[in-house]
Design a protein around this ligand. Sequence first.
Ligand SMILES: [Zn+2]
Length: 154
Amino acid sequence: MSADPNTQALPPAARSAKARELNEIAARSRFALQGCAHCGTIQYPPREVCVNCLSDALKWRDVSAEGKLLAVTTLHHSNEPYFQTRLPWRVGMVRLDCGPSAVVHVDPDCIPDGRVRVSLDLDASGQAVMTAHAITTAHAVRTTSLSSTPDDAS
Ligand SMILES: [Zn+2]
């Protein structure tokens, strides 16, 4: 009995040497990005030199994983066999609070312009991938609380 080749497929695994360092960060359940020791810029994706000042003094720094979901779309087609059996698939762009933007997988509960927390995980190919998860804002909690208990004014 032969297996369906699409269910045996893995996500794309080609990465740069610097991007492979991100795999080690994800394996340790950290959320760290490259920070420039010369100008302080935090950057993503990983590069050989700073995107701002071209210094090669880059260190992995633990940074906030929160940000804003700028845009989201749902893919209904993929050239990658791994994703062809998993469509539709949500992807989007997150502006991280620490500076850079990233293309990420997007959980169903995330909405455009919403606050998100981005996780850094290893996919089935052992490559670091980012996924956006919705987080509840203080404003949303307050609004819900006020509307559900109107007599609880202080
Ligand atoms: Zn720099």
